[in-house]
Design a protein around this ligand. Structure first.
Ligand code: TNX
Length: 527
C-alpha cells in the first residue's frame, strides 16, 4: 500500500516536472515530446530560403537574450543542416499554422507562410528556455502541430494618459511575439496628450503632447513619424500588425488645446472634449491627419474611437454650427449628430483604402457592417454585443471584465479599477471562452478575436505597467490561441513558472498570483 502511494507521489512529481519542462504558452493544438531524449545543438547550421534568414537571425538573438548562446549561426545544405525551415503551401491549415519535428539529427519546421515559421520558432524558443542546461541549447525529441483559434489576438496600450516610449513598447512587442499575440492597438490620442507627429499640424505635438493624466505640465512626449516607422517595422518582424487609434469625436481635448478652432466644446467634467461636427473644416482637418496616419501604418485598419461622446457633447446644444448642421440634415438629437460624424469619417477612411474600427458605440450609428469592425468593451451591455452580431458586424471581444488590464487582478489590490466588486484575475481570463461560449458558437464567423486593453490613467511608470501586464498577457494569449475552452488554472500556473523565471532575469516587475505576498501591489500614482 505504502509503496503504491510512494509510486503515485513520484509519478505526480514527475508529471509536474514534465509539465514545466515543455511548457509552451499558448498551448499548441497538439504536441508530443520524449521525456528523456534530447537534441543538443551548440551551433545552428540552418537551411532555408534567403528571405527567411532574418527569421533565423532573430531567433538566435532572442535565445541569446535568454542566455542561450549558439555560437555563430551558419548556412548549410539540407543534408548537413540541423535546423531546416520549409514553406509548404499545400498541406498547412492556414497562414499561421506550423508543424515542428525534432529528431535525433535535426529540427524540421514547416509552415505555409513566414508567419507560421515565426510561430514555430517561438515554440522552439520556449522549448529551449524550458529545457536547456547550463546555457546550452537542448530540446526534447517530439512533434508539434499547431494553429490558432482566433485571427485577432490583440493588446492595446494607451499612451495618451501616460507615455512609455519606444524601448518599453519594443519590450511589450517582444513578449507579445513570445506568446503569439499578433495585433498591437496603439491608443495614441486622448485628453491628456496627443502622441503622434503630424507634419501638417505641428502644434498637435508642440502643444498637444504636453501633459499627462497626472501632470498637465509634463514635458511634451510623443512619437515622431520616424519613431512610428521604426516601431511598425519592429512589430512586423515579429508578425505583429500595429493598428493606430485616433480617437474622435470625443476624447479630443489634447488636439483642441493645439487647434481650438476645431473644438466642439465639452462639459463641466470634460472640458473641450469633442471635435466640432458642425464645422465643415473639422472634416478636412481630421482627414488631413488620417492621410498622414495611413502612410505610416500598413495595417488595413484605422481605429477611430467613437466612444463616450456623451461625456462631453453638451455644448453642441448651443453651438451655432452644430445647430445649423442639425437643421440642414434633420438630425433629431445629439446622438444623431454623433452618428452623422462617424459615418462621414468612416467614408473618409474608406476613401483612403482602409477600414474603420470603432468601439461598440458605433453599432447603432448606421455604419454599414462591411465598412467597419467593432470592439465590444461594455461588459455590462451584452445587448450591445448581441446587436453588433445580429447586424453582421465583425467584432473583437474586449469586455472590461476580464480584458481591461487597468482593473486590479487580486482582491487585495487597491490601485486600479473595480466594477462593483468585480475585477480581472487570471482565472477569469482563462475562463473567457467558456463564459462567452454562446455568442462564440452562434457567430463563429463574425467574432474575429479578442483583445486586452491597458488603459493608463492609473499606470504611470514602467514598473506598474509591467505589474498590470504580466502575467495577464500570457493568460490572454492562452485563450486567444488555444482551442481548449477551459484551460486548467493550476496547469497554466505550472507552465508559467518558466515565464516567471524569465521575467525575473529581465527585471520585469510581475505579479505572482501563486504567491501574492511575494510580489506586493505596486500602486499607481497618488491622486
Ligand atoms: C473606458 S474603453 C474608456 C477609456 C478609459 C477606460 C478606463 C473606452 C472605449 N473608453 O477612455 O480609459 O474606460 O478603464
Amino acid at each position: 500500500m505504502r509503496i503504491i502511494f510512494l509510486v503515485l507521489v513520484l509519478l505526480f512529481l514527475a508529471s509536474l516536472g514534465y509539465a514545466q519542462k515543455n511548457s509552451i504558452i499558448p498551448e499548441p493544438a497538439s504536441c508530443q515530446f520524449s521525456e528523456s531524449r534530447y537534441l543538443y545543438i551548440d551551433q545552428i547550421r540552418f537551411s532555408c530560403q534567403p528571405a527567411q534568414e532574418i527569421l533565423i537571425q532573430n531567433f538566435s538573438n532572442q535565445l541569446a537574450g535568454f542566455g542561450i548562446k549558439l555560437g555563430n549561426i551558419k548556412k548549410s545544405g539540407p543534408k548537413t543542416a540541423n535546423l531546416i525551415l520549409g514553406i509548404d503551401t499545400q498541406k498547412q491549415i492556414g497562414l499561421e499554422a506550423y508543424s515542428l519535428t525534432i529528431t535525433p539529427q535535426q529540427i524540421q519546421l514547416t509552415a505555409s507562410s513566414e508567419t507560421g515559421l515565426f510561430y514555430g520558432l517561438q515554440s522552439l524558443t520556449q522549448l529551449a528556455v524550458s529545457n536547456s542546461v547550463a546555457s546550452g541549447f537542448r530540446v526534447p525529441h517530439g512533434t508539434i502541430q499547431d494553429n490558432p483559434r482566433y485571427v485577432w489576438r490583440g493588446l492595446m496600450l494607451d499612451e495618451s494618459r501616460h507615455f512609455f516610449g519606444k524601448e518599453k513598447v519594443k519590450q511589450l512587442l517582444d513578449w507579445m511575439a513570445f506568446y503569439k499575440l499578433n495585433r498591437f492597438h496603439w491608443h495614441l490620442t486622448d485628453e491628456p496628450g496627443w502622441r503622434i507627429e503630424i507634419k501638417k499640424y505641428p502644434k498637435l505635438t508642440s502643444v498637444g503632447a504636453i501633459g499627462n493624466f497626472h501632470d498637465p505640465k509634463a514635458p511634451a512626449a510623443f512619437y515622431t513619424q520616424a519613431d512610428i516607422k521604426e516601431i511598425v517595422h519592429y512589430a512586423a518582424e515579429r508578425s505583429i500588425e500595429v493598428v493606430p487609434e485616433i480617437d474622435m469625436p470625443g476624447h479630443a481635448a489634447a488636439a483642441n488645446r493645439a487647434y481650438p478652432e476645431f473644438s466642439g466644446g465639452g462639459s463641466e467634467k470634460y472640458p473641450e472634449f469633442t471635435f466640432n461636427p458642425g464645422k465643415e473644416h473639422t472634416y478636412g482637418f481630421l482627414t488631413d491627419i488620417l492621410r498622414e496616419v495611413v502612410q505610416l501604418f500598413p495595417s488595413k485598419y484605422i481605429h477611430l474611437g467613437g466612444d463616450e461622446v456623451h461625456f462631453g457633447n453638451q455644448q453642441w446644444n448651443t453651438n451655432a454650427d452644430v445647430q445649423s448642421l442639425m437643421q440642414k440634415h434633420q438630425l433629431k438629437d445629439l446622438q444623431a449628430v454623433e452618428f452623422y460624424f462617424i459615418n462621414r469619417m468612416t467614408d473618409s477612411i474608406a476613401a483612403l483604402n482602409k477600414t474603420m474600427i470603432g468601439w461598440d458605440e458605433i453599432v447603432t450609428s448606421g455604419v454599414p457592417a462591411e465598412k467597419c469592425l467593432t470592439m465590444w468593451w461594455r461588459h455590462d451591455k451584452p445587448e450591445q454585443l448581441q446587436l453588433a452580431l445580429e447586424k453582421g458586424y465583425h467584432t473583437i471581444l474586449c469586455p472590461r471584465i476580464p480584458f481591461y488590464f487597468d482593473f486590479v487582478q487580486h482582491n487585495s489590490h487597491r490601485s486600479g479599477r473595480y466594477w462593483a466588486k468585480e475585477y480581472a484575475p487570471i482565472e477569469k481570463i482563462l475562463a473567457f471562452n467558456q463564459t462567452y461560449a454562446e455568442p462564440l458558437t452562434k457567430y463563429p464567423n463574425l467574432i474575429d478575436g479578442i483583445q486586452a486593453n491597458i488603459w493608463t490613467e492609473t499606470i504611470h511608470s514602467e514598473e506598474r505597467l509591467d505589474f498590470m501586464t504580466f502575467p495577464r498577457m500570457a493568460a490572454l494569449a492562452e485563450v486567444a490561441w488555444s482551442k481548449n475552452n477551459s484551460p486548467d488554472y493550476s496547469t497554466f500556473l505550472k507552465k508559467m513558472q518558466v515565464s516567471f523565471r524569465l521575467y525575473k532575469e529581465q527585471k520585469i516587475t510581475f505579479f505572482d498570483p501563486v504567491n501574492p505576498e511575494r510580489t506586493p501591489e505596486l500602486p499607481g500614482p497618488k491622486k
